[in-house]
Design a binder for this molecule. Structure first.
Ligand code: AMP
Ligand code: MG
Length: 493
């Protein structure tokens, strides 16, 4: 398809095919982004743009900035704000995109469908008292951490760009405003189903469930009970995802049901952070005073969210309420087992275990207990276990560790794999580089205070290959210096 090329307006090569806005009107509001004063491209993800088939030869930085700021609506886009509800820290609320606009769904050259969302694009009918805007720091932070998660191989929304708006946003102090372009399999949340269930019209819930099956879990349509199959598929995707979080020490920080993607992607990077020293009660978010979303609680909170999803879907599971409850309960009660299954596989990979023995669980738990008692760095410890210079680590002098090490070595000797095979396998599963808090903060500070993005680009480069020991990135592997103050994060508003 060719269209006239105007250097002033030529942007990215969009291929929109919008299906969500075919749902009933209660699911969204048509809402154009609110143009900003001075859109400028701060960072652009060239490789993602290539993957999505967005890069051509005629787009210019200003034209990309105009489109990704919402100042110019690309051909084929049908901007909407999505309606949803959610349980926030356990309390139900009607929500919706208060500061995000879905431009539409882009089909990539391989035929995959992606939501293109502008986060921070201005007020919508769901903004409540919010300004609909976002600050540069948190948007760059989401860019870094989502791209780090992707490089780790963990399902996640991705970040195409951050555009500065030339307008301040007022938080405790005035901050530079920015808009993140978020790419997602979809933005259907547990909270979207909770919202549909509150509408008092079963056809709406049906239409959302059918749409979700068609878009994400088409195999469920063939099942005897498609909606039960959908619930099971979502549970499975979440078990797999949260296991991956646990295995790299990722703490999401705000696992409200509106922040749980039905597609099984990590979404809504607000107060999230990677754990340094291992402790199950690790919490970073300043608003999570009770530790509801602490590292060790994440599987339980996923199950809690799944229970809310089950309640929302109840009327679709079976015409008889008791039968429906029994079916739903089974899925919810099975979740810990599903999670444990993926967690065990992942832990075996991290420890180089190719076979299964009944004592493996104890072996894993003993290591974790030792790490907790001695406040070992989670990432560094696992990476060191697969290193030939393990004996040079200071903790190798610790008697509790060497006892565990003897047991582990004995266990490894009972499987056929060679030490080299074991090490290679471990190093493909234990990242050397994660988005460490002190490095992320340093890069963000240099970017916002000195307008210098060099550290941020270097960090992104290092995070791109997290499983390799590249000499130029050695500094990114070092755990942070012991600090007096625990690391705190704030909601990305
Ligand atoms: P979050 O904590 O980012 O998941 O957001 C929770 C809810 O608050 C969502 O409905 C957001 O759209 C809304 N929200 C967050 N920040 C703002 C803002 N600055 N303006 C309007 N709505 C917002
Ligand atoms: Mg959210």
């Amino acid at each position: 398809m060719s269209r006239p090329i105007d250097p002033e307006t030529t942007g990215l090569r969009w291929n929109f095919d919008n299906s969500y806005c075919q749902l009933a009107p209660c699911f969204f509001t048509r809402q154009a982004p609110n143009p900003v004063r001075d859109p400028r491209l701060v960072i652009f993800n060239h490789s993602l743009s290539q993957e999505l088939g967005l890069s051509g030869t005629t787009e210019t930085e200003p034209s990309i900035a105009r489109e990704l700021a919402g100042n110019q609506i690309p051909v084929g886009a049908e901007p909407i704000a999505q309606a949803y509800a959610g349980h926030q820290f356990g309390h139900f609320a009607i929500l919706g995109d208060g500061r995000a606009i879905l431009l539409g769904e882009h089909l990539s050259p391989s035929g995959q469908r992606f939501d293109i969302q502008l986060k921070g694009a201005g007020q919508t009918p769901y903004s409540r008292r919010g300004d609909g805007r976002a600050a540069l720091g948190p948007m760059l932070r989401e860019y870094i951490i989502s791209e780090a998660m992707h490089a780790l191989g963990i399902p996640t929304t991705r970040s195409l760009a951050v555009v500065s708006t030339g307008q301040p946003v007022y938080r405790e102090t005035p901050l530079p405003g920015a808009i993140l372009t978020r790419i997602a399999a979809s933005h259907i949340r547990v909270g979207t189903f909770e919202y549909a269930a509150t509408q008092g019209d079963l056809t709406l819930l049906h239409s959302l469930a059918d749409y979700t099956i068609q878009r994400h879990y088409p195999e469920c349509a063939e099942a005897e009970n498609p909606y039960l199959a959908l619930l099971q598929a979502i549970s499975e995707a979440q078990a797999r995802l949260i296991a991956r979080w646990q295995l790299v020490g990722f703490v999401h920080g705000v696992m409200n049901t509106d922040n749980m993607s039905i597609a099984g992607e990590t979404i809504d990077y607000g107060p999230c952070a990677f754990m340094d020293a291992y402790h199950p009660q690790t919490v970073f978010s300043s608003i999570d005073q009770q530790g509801r979303y602490a590292y060790g609680n994440q599987p339980l909170m996923t199950q809690w969210n799944l229970a809310r999803l089950t309640e929302a879907l109840l009327l679709l599971l079976h015409p008889d309420r008791e039968e429906a409850l029994a079916l739903g309960r089974t899925v919810v009660f099975e979740f810990p087992e599903r999670f444990q299954h993926y967690w065990r596989i992942g832990m075996s990979d991290k420890l180089g275990l190719f076979t299964e023995e009944s004592s493996d669980q104890a072996l894993i738990e003993t290591l974790l207990a030792w790490m907790q008692n001695t406040a070992q760095d989670f990432t560094h410890t696992f990476r060191s276990l697969g290193s030939e210079s393990l004996a040079d680590q200071p903790f190798f002098q610790d008697a509790a560790f060497t006892d565990w090490h003897d047991a582990w070595q004995a266990r490894l000797s009972r499987q056929p794999q060679t030490p080299d095979q074991v090490r290679a396998h471990m190093n493909a599963h234990n990242p050397a580089i994660i988005a460490r808090n002190h490095l992320v903060e340093e890069a963000l500070q240099t970017a916002s205070e000195k307008n210098d993005l060099s550290l941020l680009h270097q960090l992104l480069e290092a995070l791109r290959q997290p499983y390799r020991d590249l000499p130029q990135f050695a500094t990114y592997q070092t755990p942070p210096p012991p600090s007096v103050e625990p690391y705190r994060t704030f909601c990305g508003t």
